[in-house]
Ligand binder design. Structure first.
Ligand SMILES: [Cu+2]
Length: 573
């Protein structure tokens, strides 16, 4: 009798425990309206109309907690079709709200709206949202902050938090710059400035321009939530006289990394602590370009001021941090290679050990023929023949289809994509002498098919074709573990021996080093249609993209959810 009572009691306890876990897993529900519309902005002493969300640049900061559910009703009051992507949100089983244009949805046309359902799961830290059609993300982006459910960080509680959005400013109309580049086949016009929270800082051209200023109190610790929303350049970042401690990246915690500079690529987000422990004064916060390619680019830096509160004479010259020089690929690689995940029982990781699917992707800049005949093309001439600039993954330059791949996949519509993206490229000395390798590539809408539950490894290999460069590769629907990184060609025998399977960083975007490689791993546990692409906008435009389709598992819980009642309609073919 006694033992039966005990058993019942145990059962009741177990039930309660189950309910408790369910309650903990259930987050709050939020509703936001995003109104896309043209707004006038004046920067660098020149005014233009540009697409914004809710009239702001950068756009609104969204703050929620881990595990919450967020509905965004996106109203397009602009002039052209747009989509919005929730960068770094895994969206379990729900590719319908992921956003990349003609990959998971057709654009939200002017005078229409689309409600996106954003399902947060294990993301915690800073992510962001941005437009994902043409180059509209230049002006349509903002921070997406995901707080711990109990408000407690796995690092000393900061006194204050500050969003830092690194952006790009074009005096001209970004859509016109994009259209011109597509028409000419050449390098797009470069931007005019880099911004911190929308401020360009004053320049000799426009001395009235304002500089972002952050006021700090001596002895206090600040959490910077840094979003790199820049279009086309990786950035070095630092604060004069102050160390930075990286504690999170891409919505996951990192082992604290004390450093005097960051290398942050477009698409990445970093959570960084610094303590105001220096002489009361002003110090520059600086973001400079890291650019290791040959093309013309915007070499402007972005400056903000860290201003101590108190009585002191402002310095005649504000000190600037010493950041690695522009082409310092070693400094970039060293920073990326030193990233580690926190990997504690409270914040565990789950790195695949026994790989069941190996994929090897060579990343190249290329050319395509200048067609049709009679066209003038501004790509780099090859053997005195005009070309258009292109880019590829495994020598396939991604052609964006006319209707979205998700719809075509879900409804079995033919002739939208093919399932034959190769698991490996044709072999050559990727990072060596490539003078005898054709710069021309092929085009296609080829996707990678992956079975549900596979333990996937993808080696991303930079090549020296055209112009060896760092490529910040971003995967939708997942974060992944960067188990290896190095210079030169990936060695299938020796490099895996040095993999970090203990605490590799868990990210959604990783800079593949110039003429180097990274190895990433993840479990294919999120069925859906997921875009993978370089987050340098010009490279993505040129076709440095592909799509992973992770097939359904055997149960409804391991299958793509039903589409919402309304999706933006696609053009009828
Ligand atoms: Cu790239």
């Amino acid at each position: 009798m006694g033992s039966l009572k005990k058993k019942n009691f145990m059962l009741i306890c177990l039930m309660f425990l189950h309910i408790l876990v369910l309650c903990m897993a259930q987050g709050q529900v939020h509703h936001y309206d995003f109104v896309l519309k043209e707004t006038n902005f004046t920067k660098l002493c020149s005014t233009k109309s540009m697409l914004t969300v809710n009239d702001s640049f950068p756009g609104p900061v969204i703050t929620v907690r881990r595990g919450d559910l967020v509905y965004f009703n996106v109203h397009n009051q602009g002039k052209y079709g747009v989509t919005i992507h929730w960068h770094g949100v895994k969206q379990p089983r729900n590719p319908w709200s992921d956003g990349p244009e003609n990959v998971t949805q057709c654009p939200i046309q002017p005078a229409t709206n689309f409600t996106q359902e954003i399902i947060l799961s294990d993301e915690e830290g800073t992510l962001w949202w941005h437009a994902h059609s043409d180059w509209s993300r230049a002006t349509v982006h903002g921070a997406f902050v995901i707080l711990p459910p109990d408000g407690k960080y796995p690092f000393p509680q900061p006194d204050f938090e500050q969003i830092i959005v690194l952006g790009t400013w074009y005096k001209g109309d970004v859509m016109a710059i994009y259209d011109d580049a597509v028409a000419s086949g050449g390098n797009p016009n470069i931007s005019d400035a880099h911004t911190i929270n929308g401020f360009t800082g004053n320049s000799t051209d426009c001395p009235t321009e304002e500089t972002f200023t952050m006021r700090v109190s001596y002895g206090k610790t600040y959490l910077l939530r840094i979003v790199n929303a820049v279009m086309n350049e990786e950035r070095f970042f630092g604060i004069a006289n102050h160390n930075l401690t990286l504690v999170g990246m891409d919505g996951a915690y990192t082992q604290p990394l004390i450093t005097d500079y960051l290398m942050i690529t477009p698409g990445q987000t970093m959570d960084v602590l610094f303590t105001a422990n220096q002489t009361l004064s002003q110090y520059y916060m600086l973001s400079t370009a890291y650019f290791d390619g040959f093309a013309e680019f915007d070499n402007t830096s972005a400056k903000g001021i860290i201003e101590y509160i108190g009585n002191y004479t402002p310095p005649s010259t504000i000190p600037s941090p010493t950041l690695p020089e522009l082409r310092n690929a070693t400094a970039a690689l060293n920073f990326t290679a030193s990233l580690k995940s926190l990997a504690t029982p409270q914040h565990p990781i789950n790195v695949p050990k026994n790989i069941t699917r190996h994929i090897f992707i060579a990343i190249s800049l290329n050319v395509l023929p200048c067609l049709p005949a009679g066209r003038t093309c501004k790509g780099p001439p090859v053997n005195n023949t005009e070309t258009i600039i292109s880019a590829s993954l495994n020598n396939i330059s991604f052609s964006t289809p006319k209707i979205d791949i998700l719809e075509a996949y879900y409804r079995n519509i033919n002739n939208v994509f093919t399932k034959d993206f190769p698991d490996s490229p044709e072999l050559f000395n990727f990072t060596g002498d490539v003078t005898n390798i054709s710069q021309y590539t092929t085009q296609g809408t080829k996707v990678i098919m992956i079975n549900y539950g596979e333990a996937v490894e993808i080696v991303l290999q930079g090549t020296a074709i055209q112009s060896p460069e760092n490529h910040p590769m971003h995967l939708h629907g997942y974060s992944f573990y960067v188990v290896g990184i190095g210079s030169g060609n990936f060695n299938n025998f020796s490099d895996p021996e040095n993999y970090n399977l203990v605490n590799p960083p868990e990210v959604n975007t990783i800079g593949v080093p110039k003429s180097g490689w990274v190895a990433i791993r993840f479990f294919a546990n999120n069925p859906g249609v997921w875009f993978m692409h370089c987050h340098l906008e010009r490279h993505a435009t040129w076709g440095m993209d592909t799509v992973l389709i992770v097939k359904n598992g055997s149960t409804p819980e391991t299958s793509i959810r039903k589409p919402p009642a309304y999706m933006p309609p696609c053009p009828k073919s």
